[in-house]
Structures are given as C-alpha cells and as structure tokens.
Design a protein around this ligand. Structure first.
Ligand SMILES: Nc1ncnc2c1ncn2[C@@H]1O[C@H](COP(=O)(O)OP(=O)(O)OP(=O)(O)O)[C@@H](O)[C@H]1O
Ligand SMILES: [Mg+2]
Length: 267
C-alpha cells in the first residue's frame, strides 16, 4: 500500500457479510485518484456488495473503508453529505418512467441544491450534451433505446459533478455497438473531468481496455490486483479460467470459499 495520500478509495482488512453470511473477506485495496479501476469477477461473487460498502449502504463487519481519506460515515447526515460526492450508475438504470429525460437528470440537482430554475436547466442540458443526448431532453424513458437510457442514467449520475463514479454492470443488456459507446463515454468523461471511476463488470473484454487497474474478485476475496496487462499475462489457473470463460477450473459454481490470494501483483 504505497499511495494512501492520493487514494480515492482505500479498503483495509474489510469483511462484508450479507444475510448472516460472509460474502467477501480480507479486502485490501487502493484505488488511486483519477484512475479507472475494473472490478471483475464471476456472477454472484460480491461485486455489487463491494460497491455497497463504498456508498455506505452496507457497513463492513470488519475493517475500514475510506473514501477520499475519510472513513465512510455511519450517521445518516454525514453519509448523505459523502454520497453527494459519489455518482452511481446502478445495475438497472433506475430512471423514473413518468418523468422526462431532462427531469430524470434534474432529480439529484433538485434534491441536493437550491439552484435557480434557469441555471438548473442549463446544467441539465450540459449533462445531456456530455452524453450526446441533448436532443432527447423531452423524451420519456419508454421512448429510449437501451443504450440511450443507459446514457441518460449516466448523465443523471454525473449531475452533481461527483469526483468518484461507480458503475455497476454498465453494459448489461446492450448490444456491442451501444457497449462501445458507453465504454468510450466512461473513459472520455473520466479523463476530461479527472474523475476516479470504478467499473464493476463481468464483461472482461470491453472493460479491461479502458482500465488502469484491474481487480478480480472470486472465491470470497480479491484474487488479483494489478494492471490489465499483468492480468492478461497471468498463468494463474483461476484467472485464466475466468478470463477465457472456461466452465471447469478453480472457480466453483456454488458455495465453498477457499481463501487463496493468488498473483497479488500490487502495482
Ligand atoms: N441483500 C442481501 N441479503 C442477503 N444476501 C445477499 C444480498 N445481496 C446479495 N446477497 C448475496 O451476496 C452474494 C453476492 O452478491 P452480489 O450481488 O454482490 O454479487 P455480484 O458479483 O454483484 O453478482 P452479479 O454479477 O450477478 O451482479 C450472493 O451470494 C448474493 O446471494
Ligand atoms: Mg452485481
């Protein structure tokens, strides 16, 4: 652990339980500011659970989670304040169907600021412009394609200019072209706004190319932490099974949680 002073997110000895069961244990992780980190892993291994710990939705059973140097608060007022600095793109889009695109993007601004209406509308237009959807402001979610809806959700997540963005499976349900659009948007927005981005996904091929850091979760913990190139060249059977989508190997379909921590290539 060499960069705590510049870390956007730092996990130390974190254990996460859900429903009385330990989902993830011994999590040590540093996400440098301004980086794009891909959190990869098979379905059901705890990727969304990890994000829940970053937003304070799930309190760790052990260890500490820090966001921009501050321990994630448990009191609701402090937590709310911290949450303003975290943009979240959920596994579904979470758009409200009876609100227009513009009103969906305006939601966080209305909830957390008292901006005068004309300024608020200008900000909404800017966010929609950033995702290439300025012309869609007056449409309703049912009138959008899957890719467009995802981009609206992205604009809404960016509404408050959060320095940290969390993406939970941003490609689910999208075709390859829409996926490419979303990934290049995520990269462009991260770089141009200097955001720290954490992308949770099992779409390895689409996610790795835009990542600075790759983290693999399996078997109840972090089994890899390094650069995408280090991950691609790993000889570890578990990582190879995951990367190449092989059905047989060290990743079981269910249950058992061995605690090997392979290839800990901390950059
Ligand atoms: N609210 C909850 N209560 C109890 N168990 C839960 C809860 N949420 C998730 N789990 C369990 O935690 C484990 C990890 O779930 P999680 O949703 O974090 O996985 P995931 O890696 O995000 O999967 P996917 O790729 O399918 O989204 C699963 O076994 C799941 O059943
Ligand atoms: Mg998930």
């Amino acid at each position: 652990m060499t960069v705590p002073a510049t870390a956007a997110v730092q996990l130390t000895g974190v254990r996460l339980d859900r429903g009385g069961r330990t989902i993830l244990r011994d999590l040590d992780l540093v996400v440098p500011r301004g980086s794009i980190t891909a959190v990869l892993g098979p379905s059901g291994t705890g990727k969304s659970t990890l994000l829940a710990a970053l937003t304070g939705e799930l309190v760790p059973a052990a260890g500490e989670v820090r966001v921009f140097g501050q321990s994630v608060p448990q009191g609701s007022r402090d937590l709310l304040e911290m949450r303003k600095g975290i943009g979240v793109l959920l596994q579904g889009n979470g758009l409200l169907t009876d609100l227009s695109v513009a009103e969906n993007v305006a939601l966080p601004l209305r909830a957390h600021t008292r901006l005068p209406e004309p300024l608020l509308q200008r900000l909404v237009a800017m966010k929609l412009n950033a995702v290439g959807l300025r012309a869609a402001a007056d449409l309703y979610p049912r009138e959008l394609s899957g890719g467009m809806a995802r981009r609206v959700a992205l604009a809404r997540a960016l509404a408050l200019d959060p320095p940290l963005m969390l993406y939970d499976e941003p490609l689910t349900g999208l075709d390859p072209i829409a996926s490419g659009v979303i990934m290049s948007l995520i990269r462009r927005l991260s770089r141009s706004l200097g955001l720290t981005s954490i992308i949770v996904s099992h779409h390895v091929r689409e996610t790795l190319p835009i990542a600075d850091q790759a983290v693999v979760i399996a078997n109840g913990g972090i089994v890899f932490d390094g650069t995408p190139a280090q991950l691609e060249s790993s000889e570890d059977p578990l990582l190879r099974q995951f990367l190449h989508g092989e059905p047989d190997g060290p990743i079981p379909f269910e249950g058992a949680v061995p605690r090997t921590r392979a290839a800990g290539a901390h950059a």
